[in-house]
Design a protein around this ligand. Structure first.
Ligand SMILES: Cc1cc2nc3c(=O)[nH]c(=O)nc-3n(C[C@H](O)[C@H](O)[C@H](O)COP(=O)(O)OP(=O)(O)OC[C@H]3O[C@@H](n4cnc5c(N)ncnc54)[C@H](O)[C@@H]3O)c2cc1C
Length: 436
């Protein structure tokens, strides 16, 4: 393996693989390095892989809508180069339920502005489409150990809920990254696994390459941090963590699996449900299961992790009960196994839960980090953003003074990338949650 590249990308998750693919298409000689054994084995491997468009900002909504089309036409994006076959997009739509107090107008305004279709359902429609639901309100969500958890609801949910038909999920996120890896390799990209970066080398204020744990050195004038929940560690190695207004840190999250209720098959009829009134989301999962996640209601303490290599990877009874029992209020006939089943992984969260796609204060060192539990869906477009930001900056553009504007490929929208700057002010309109 040669030691010299145009661009080294730290990480081979959805972000790092997609960045390599876009740069390789432009003729760049790229090398992805990942400490794990294969692509998509980091946090991407445990993503819920939900593809949805309701975000709090115009730019976030546009990015997600543009990405929807990549997933919809996945074979167009990655080609047919993968011996393992292609990941599959279940284009089943997403229902959003919010408490009565919630004002839907911002979501609808952003969707109208970008011509994204949606349907407004009343309670009758909700119960017709989701006959296994009740339309009671459970807001604010509580923990099961709260003595009032089991009290009957006295109110109904918002009189309207919104169904976004353009949404769904990917059946196998790891395979989707492998698809991109193979596509990138077909354009000349290289990937090296079991390769942990322990040093970012620099000279005269410019990045010059990296050193691996086994002592090997690779050289490149451009290095990208796409290290997921380890992003802050890589930033420390590069000496830039204190030079950014927005920081990243790791947050532990659990996702659980329960069988589909008997009277409604999630496998055959299920849609994705974001239920802010009950405090969680759920979607169909292979084997006619229901995957249950949390939207971090205020009653749940956030589990920040200082060391992403050392945290509890087991599902806990407390969080299993909190997430599953809350969804069981919406689905009274949900069958709850006595033994918890699920996965645990980390989000890489920024101060305002909006990602960072940017250059850095170290010349040649770039950032695709802070994906805050909601950017798997945007993987392909992250590839485009980083490849265009890198090209512009390496050609002398002052991206800090004048953030570049990027024409998205699938929708008529030109994105001002300044929103993803490491030095932005906190975006006050964010939900400050996994919803972005
Ligand atoms: C439980 C959970 C549910 C989620 N659900 C959704 C969802 O439904 N929809 C959605 O859009 N997003 C979701 N997300 C978020 C989404 O999964 C992430 O935004 C996305 O996968 C991040 O991809 P990445 O490539 O940036 O990071 P990762 O996939 O974590 O990749 C980073 C890679 O960097 C490597 N690395 C780290 N340090 C080093 C080093 N020193 N040297 C070499 N390699 C290194 C790691 O091994 C890893 O493979 C979820 C996340 C979690 C954890």
């Amino acid at each position: 393996m040669t030691q010299k590249y145009d661009v080294i990308i730290i990480g081979a998750g959805i972000s790092g693989a997609a960045i390599a693919y876009e740069l390789a298409k432009k003729g760049c000689k790229t090398l992805n390095l990942d400490r794990l054994a294969a692509a998509g084995n980091g946090s991407t491997g445990n993503t819920c892989a939900i593809i949805r468009t309701h975000y709090s900002t115009l730019e976030g909504t546009a990015l997600a809508y543009d990405s929807y089309f990549y997933w919809k036409e996945w074979d167009n994006y990655v080609g047919n180069t993968d011996e393992l076959g292609l990941a599959r997009f279940y284009d089943i739509g997403m229902l959003v339920i919010k408490p009565k107090s919630f004002d839907f107008s911002n979501y609808l305004k952003l969707h109208d502005e970008l011509n994204i279709p949606y349907e407004v359902w009343d309670s009758d429609m909700l119960l017709k489409k989701m006959p296994h639901f009740v339309d009671d309100s459970f807001y604010p969500p509580k923990r099961p150990e709260d003595s009032s958890f089991g009290e009957p609801s006295t109110e109904k949910i918002n009189s309207t809920v919104i169904f976004f038909p353009r949404g769904g999920y990917i059946n196998d996120a790891t395979l989707s990254v492998h698809n991109i890896q193979r596509a990138a390799e077909s354009k000349g990209a290289a990937f090296l696994f079991n390769a942990e970066v322990v040093e970012i080398r620099k000279d005269s204020g410019k990045v010059t390459g990296i050193t691996l744990k086994d002592g090997q050195q690779f050289h490149a004038p451009v290095v990208v941090n796409a290290a997921g929940p380890h992003s802050f560690i890589i930033n420390r190695l590069a000496g830039i963590e204190d030079k950014m207004n927005i920081k990243t840190r790791a947050l532990r999250h659990e996702v659980h699996f329960v069988p589909s209720p008997e009277e409604y098959s999630y496998e055959k009829e299920g849609i994705i449900v974001s239920d802010g009134d009950a405090g969680g989301y759920h979607r169909p999962e292979a084997g006619n299961l229901v995957l249950v996640g949390s939207e971090d209601p205020a009653c749940d303490e956030l589990d920040w992790i200082d060391d992403p290599d050392n945290y509890n990877r087991d599902v806990t009874t407390e969080q299993w009960q909190a997430q599953v029992y809350r969804i069981a209020k919406r689905i009274p006939n949900l069958r709850i196994p006595s033994k918890p089943k699920g996965i645990v992984d980390l989000y890489d969260v920024t101060d305002d839960w909006i990602p960072i796609y940017d250059k850095s204060d170290l010349a040649g060192f770039y950032l695709a980090i802070g994906t805050s539990g909601n950017q798997y869906k945007n993987g392909p477009v992250i590839g485009q953003l980083l490849s265009e930001i890198i090209s512009a900056c390496e050609n002398g553009h002052d991206h800090d003074r004048e953030p570049i504007r990027i024409k998205l490929r699938n929708i008529d929208f030109t994105l001002d990338t300044g929103i993803f700057s490491r030095n932005r002010d906190i975006i006050k309109g964010s939900t400050f949650s996994v919803l972005g």
